[in-house]
Write a protein of this length. Structure first.
Length: 268
């Protein structure tokens, strides 16, 4: 018999807790080479130590102890190689999910920083806005209430869940701005939410809002009429009708959504 190492020594050598080594024994994954009949102390041979490294290696990749035990039954090298290949696929899926998460985190950072910066504008301003991929829901050409908005977005959110789309839930509406100045109401034709296909997404009808230089203004409920009149005056001076008018919900508030700030964006 080769040299034996106590369970405590093995735990220190391999960075595995004594409790975990006992668990490996209990489930039949790694039985000690010798158990002292008087003390119950477990002892391991040197040729068992490499297997502990493999267990740790597979666990780090997300494999369960049950999966590792099944793959390593009978010390079949090819079975272990096949198991390793399956772990590559699993790891790649995790990498893809993490990359998607990084993209979403970056998009959220960019939107919040951009929205907070533009919230400081009191008047009309120009803003370069890139293409936006969205899912739309037609609401007709009408004034809609807050309850209408929630009902419409419920359908959009359902579409996002059904098709497993990536989204920041950056929402907005395609609107028509009435020419007369005695109203702050907008007429809504479509509502939308940002959406993008991920690696696990199903087919969905995604439309693109064009990029361009947009004429913009911010407002809340208390100054909506004043601010919309500002942009109406600016539109009148352009001597050409807008191609597209959009009202977006800004991310200057994220968790409370009390008296949110909106941005009206006009493309010529």
């Amino acid at each position: 018999m080769s040299k034996l190492f106590s369970i405590g020594t093995v735990a220190k050598m391999k960075g595995v807790s004594v409790k975990m080594l006992r668990h490996y024994d209990e489930i039949g994954l790694l039985k000690p080479r010798y158990v002292d009949p008087d003390t119950g102390y477990r002892y391991y041979e040197s040729n068992q130590l490499l297997f502990i490294e493999f267990i740790t290696f597979f666990r780090r990749g997300g494999a369960s102890l049950e999966e590792i035990s099944a793959a390593c039954q009978g010390d079949n090298a090819l079975a272990i190689a096949d198991f390793s290949a399956r772990q590559i696929h699993r790891a790649q899926q995790q990498i893809d999910l993490l990359n998607e998460a990084i993209t979403c985190y970056q998009g959220l950072c960019d939107k919040i920083y951009n929205d907070v910066a533009h919230a400081k504008n009191d008047g009309v301003y120009w803003q370069r806005i890139p293409e936006r991929d969205v899912i739309k829901h037609n609401v007709g050409n009408r004034i809609i209430t807050e309850d209408d908005v929630y009902d419409c977005f419920w359908d959009v959110y359902k579409e996002i869940r059904v098709h497993n789309l990536k989204t920041l839930y950056a929402t907005g509406s395609i609107v028509v701005i009435p020419e007369h100045k005695d109203t702050a109401e907008l007429y809504y034709t479509d509502i939308f939410c940002d959406a993008a296909l991920g690696k696990t997404s199903f087919f969905a009808k995604i439309e693109t809002i064009p990029q361009g230089e947009y004429l913009c203004v911010n407002y809340q409920k208390n100054n909506k009429k004043t601010q919309i009149n500002l942009i109406k005056n600016a539109i009148a001076k352009m001597n050409q009708p807008p191609k597209l008018c959009i009202e977006v919900d800004t991310f200057t508030k994220v968790t409370t959504w009390v008296d949110p700030l909106y941005e009206l964006q006009v493309l010529f």
